[in-house]
Design a binder for this molecule. Sequence first.
Ligand code: C2E
Ligand code: CA
Ligand code: CA
Length: 759
Amino acid sequence: MTPLLITVGTALVYLASFETLALSQEAETIYSRCLVCMVLFTVTRLAVTLRNSGRLFVRLSEAHARAEAMADELRRGEARFRAIFDRAPIGIQIADMEGYLVDANKAAERMLGYDPGELQGRHWTEVTHPDNVAEEDRLDELLLARDIEQYEIEERQIRKDGSLIWTQQTVTEVWDQDGQAQFGIALVEDVTEHKAMIQELQEREASFRLLFADNPHPMWVYDIATLSFCEVNDTAVRLYGYSREEFLAMRITDIRPAQWIPDMMRGVAMHRVQSSTCSHTQHRLKDGSVIDVEVATHSLHFAGRDAVLVLAQNITERKNFENQLKHQALHDPLTGLPNRTLLNDRLEQVILAARRNATSLALLLMDLDGFKDVNDTFGHHHGDLLLEQVGLRLCRVLQASDTVARLGGDEFAIILPATDEVGSTQAVRRIIASFKEQFVVESRSLHVDASVGIALYPSHGDDASTLLRRADVAMYVAKRAGDDRRYAVYTAEQDLHTPEKLALIGELRQAIEEEHLFLQYQPKVDLRTGATSHVEALVRWRHARRGMIPPDQFVCLAEETGMIKSLTLCVLGQALQQCQRWGRAGFNISVAVNLSARNLRDPQLPSLVMDLLQHHDVPATSLGIEITESTLMGDPAQAMLVLTELHDMGVRIAIDDFGTGYSSLAYLRRLPVDEIKIDRSFVMEMASDENDATIVQSVIDLGHNLDLQVVAEGVENQASLEMLATCGCDQVQGYYLARPMAAADLEGWLALDRVAATA
Ligand code: C2E
Ligand code: CA
Ligand code: CA
């Protein structure tokens, strides 16, 4: 535009001067031509300029459009950036060079508990834990000096409500083209939970170290599939004497004495069904010595394997101490031989074994003749030394499986397992012969003799106290005889002649006559219904001086002296009278009475029973009798007659103590029997003894095959009760359900039972 204006201006100036100058014609022409040329020039220039201006205009509008597009693009970019910025799951904080936050995304705001926009304008130190400020400052300096491009820091940030969170931050700086720092950007991640987890893991590891690695008891982990050790602690290494490497190359069987391996394998198998176990066992150390340990185990997964964690507590000292105490309690301090308590215990064990294996055994009681003289002449010291030597000599003459015990004073007892009369008399002769050799006590030769009484199981008694009593009677007889034999085998006749026995017989006779015997009743519970309709009558004797005497101790006396008939009639009379009372009180109870072998040999018994039934107005079906299996086997033909008669009357017949008498199946089939009672020795431990459980099951099956009711007596625990129910047993009797009790108590018990049944 400017050249155009100048040209127009210049032309106007010339036109004005042309008027005022009044030039010559030629000059005028020249001037006019010049003017024309100028005008043409100017017009041309104007045209050119105009054309150029049009192009410029076009260019200008293109540039404008481009700028608009760029601005649009920028706006879209900004929107995209904002969307990403705000929706980013990670916190982003942007701070200016003064350290003030100029922007923070939503995640950052949420993380610190601020409302939108509230973070802006706050200084970064306001949201940073003071402990972390110095470190961040130092790193910022490195960043600004461009020594590093970015840094990472784990630090605590302060939330709006003052609580702290742990964050993991990555911090970078944004630079402009001139290399000037613009702002710092921090990408912030909340790692509080992760941190807590790590801390928990660390704490767990610390506890594990404390519990396992630093445990004062030996511990290890073994692989349940290979039984090899996977890990052991230091205490195990120290105590067992193997290095860790040696341990890890071994299997757990390597530290068990051979006899414990079956037990251990059972323990391992238990882990498939039970996560924790506790047991006592023994371990062998590297030096070969054996220690007692109490082992607690727990199943776990270890390094991807099914494993067992074991804690072994070395209880060798405790065990030794216990053993010492036990030894003292069960042994005679002078001779070191078992004392009376241990003898009783062993005797019971041996009786049980003999009962199972249908063998006999002998119990010997020995007393020294002339011992009192030694004591009186040479003093107690010599007496004691002599007793020690007697003990040693007895052990020398007898076998290792025999038990030699000192009962006190100069009395010794000997158990000979699996021995009959012939075997026991041979052993006794050996003992007596050995006493021919003098004893030497402190270089003094002494002589004593021995008198021995022998009692045999089962012919003379089937429990420990009876055998002891009878061996004592036999010894008394041997002593009194004073002959060279010096021993006696028990016979019933001898028994009656001990002064004590004679007195007791008299008292029993009186007790029967004066009805000092009374009955207790023990319920038999139906396993299917839980109801009780049968009870067993058990006789008791309350002795004026001796207190309660159990039937085991006087029924045999009555049998030996012929008093059993009156005893049985007395019991039958009381039982039927009670039965009648119960009937009147509304209890439909049938009562079972125990009969002895002798009763079955009495052909009058059935008619006597009939009289009693009529007298008490009780139907025969409310009476039962129990006869032991061994009684039946004693005289089967006679027993059969009496039993058949009773059975025909309607009296219920049960075979008692079944399983101990080895009656033949064929015979059982012919007997008029309604019920068999499994002997309590099989029932009491059936829950823990597989053999017993098998016997019980077979007796139940046998009974059912013969159409008999099966009763289990001696049920002492819930486990046996449940097993019996599973085995299909019909009735149960035992301390677990009810002990024998007085008639009055039984009524209360039955009433309770009825309430429970209807509840
Ligand atoms: P039995 O006929 O086998 O009687 C069962 C015995 O086992 C009873 O002993 C009873 O108290 C006991 N008993 C019951 N439940 C359990 C239990 O759960 N565990 C254990 N360990 N024992 C249990 P009791 O009363 O001392 O009778 C012993 C034996 O005396 C009787 O054995 C029976 O043979 C005989 N007897 C009892 N009363 C008479 C009687 O009137 N006449 C005759 N001839 N013998 C009798
Ligand atoms: Ca019985
Ligand atoms: Ca029995």
